[in-house]
Design a protein around this ligand. Structure first.
Ligand code: RFL
Ligand code: PHB
Length: 390
């Protein structure tokens, strides 16, 4: 087979790029390791930057998002029994975020790809990248006993943190930065009314908690847990009791509980691989970087990579201009590192750190006091949360 752009990974990054390129007549093939059902079974992000929402519309995938997603102009930060609002719109000249789940967004992208007859090949095995430094790279994968070869101009590594693309870059070329946090997030999805119309990020002596949602009848809650905890250790009752204990009393009193539909523990990790280009391979999304979910940047950072790549490929194929491709790594990384900084800051502000000395705790407290005493600090939080410009 032959195509212009070979995309490894059928998660949100790969599908969005595939859809955008196809709309401009740029032929591409997506190779996905798992089935569509498996990909859609993952419950992940829930908050989209306004720039990402605009990109979904440009990809002609914004209809259901606009109908069913919710625009949020602010969120709350709770501390003990106190709850204070961060006015996103007020601090950013009217910007907001879109609350719409990654699962639904990915479903919309798959539906759009199917409608356009997009080439998305599932259940591929042993994906291998070849001749990345040459003008004629190719990809092979196994389908049963057959080895299939795809020749292309460019390979896009959008295959997530555990994918094969990043690992195809020689170790002496790639520099990896990593920080692991000494806790994870236990997340629960439940068919209950969200406790608050806007998200609540809660700092408490017992650890962090987050009240989020997928719709007015579907809630998503998280609590900070030690990495040694196992999902099986947490009954639904134990989860609800611990969540309530970490929320302000007036919020806890309103919390509607129910059976969990999904329950999982995600580690908190910061990771960046540099550079994001090796020959004709370009990395995008989780394949190149991971953030702890506290700042809601993970999926949004993936979308900004796709924005840069899409425009770079468009410039190449439509105008013969390679500046965007040449600058991709540097441009993407500049924004990624800002998302890293913000995610680290939010995580440090709100979590309970087991190894903190009393001095660290007082600094953490001072950071919170400063935040709510300074319009400049609130503006900084708000402009990062709604998304820095692409
Ligand atoms: P994805 O979504 O991981 O998709 C990559 C796809 O590549 C496939 N793949 C391969 N395909 C072919 N060959 C191979 N060798 C392959 N290896 C892997 C995989 O099956 C998969 O379908 O990466 P992408 O598209 O870059 O999207 C990034 C987002 O998914 C990610 O940034 C966010 O979900 C991160 N994230 C969260 N972000 C938030 O903003 N808020 C959250 O609450 C939030 N929760 C999470 C998360 C990520 C999690 N992970 C990675 C475990 C919770 C979890 C558990
Ligand atoms: C979510 O709804 O899953 C969510 C929202 C905000 C975050 C992280 C996760 O910061």
């Amino acid at each position: 087979m032959k195509t212009k752009v070979g995309i490894i990974g059928g998660g949100p990054s790969g599908l969005l790029l595939s859809q955008l390129l196809d709309l401009k007549g740029i032929d591409n093939i997506v190779l996905e390791k798992h089935s569509r059902e498996y990909v859609l079974g993952r419950i992940r992000a829930g908050v989209l930057e306004h720039g990402f929402a605009a990109l979904m519309r440009e990809a002609q995938c914004g209809e259901r998002m606009d109908a069913e997603g919710e625009i949020h102009d602010g969120f709350y930060i709770a501390e003990g029994d106190k709850k204070r609002r961060v006015d996103l719109a007020g601090h950013t000249g009217g910007n907001s975020v879109m609350v719409y789940g990654q699962t639904e967004l990915t479903r919309d992208l798959y539906d759009a790809r199917s409608k356009m007859g997009g080439k998305v090949i599932h259940n591929v095995e042993d994906v291998t990248l070849h001749d990345l430094k040459s003008d004629a790279p190719h990809i092979t994968y196994r389908d049963g006993d057959d080895i299939i070869r795809i020749d292309c101009d460019y390979v896009i590594g959008a295959d997530g943190f555990h994918g094969v693309s990043r690992k195809s870059i020689p170790k002496d070329v790639l520099k990896e930065y990593e920080k692991l946090y000494p806790f994870g997030w236990l997340g629960v999805l439940s068919r209950t009314k969200p406790v608050s119309p806007e998200l609540i990020y809660a700092k408490s002596d017992r650890g962090f908690a987050l009240c989020s949602m997928r719709s007015q009848v579907l809630s998503r809650y998280y609590i900070q847990v030690p990495m040694s905890d196992k999902v099986e250790d947490w009954s639904d009752d134990a989860f609800w009791a611990e969540l309530k204990a970490r929320l302000p009393k007036e919020v806890a009193a309103e919390l509607e509980t129910g059976q969990s539909i999904e329950k999982s523990i995600a580690p908190l990790r910061s990771f960046v691989a540099e550079p994001m280009r090796y020959g004709n391979l370009f990395l995008a999304g989780d394949a190149a970087h991971i953030v702890p979910p506290t700042g809601a940047r993970g999926l949004n950072s993936a979308a900004s990579d796709i924005y840069y790549l899409y425009h770079a490929l468009l410039d190449h194929y439509k105008d013969g201009d390679d500046t965007g491709l040449e600058n991709y790594s540097e441009k993407a990384l500049a924004r990624i590192w800002k998302a890293q900084r913000f995610s680290w800051w939010m995580t440090t502000l709100l979590h309970k750190f087991p190894d903190n000395i009393p001095y660290d705790d007082r600094l953490q407290q001072t950071e919170m006091d400063y935040l709510f005493s300074s319009e400049a600090a609130l503006t900084s939080l708000a402009e990062n949360y709604v998304g820095l410009p692409f």
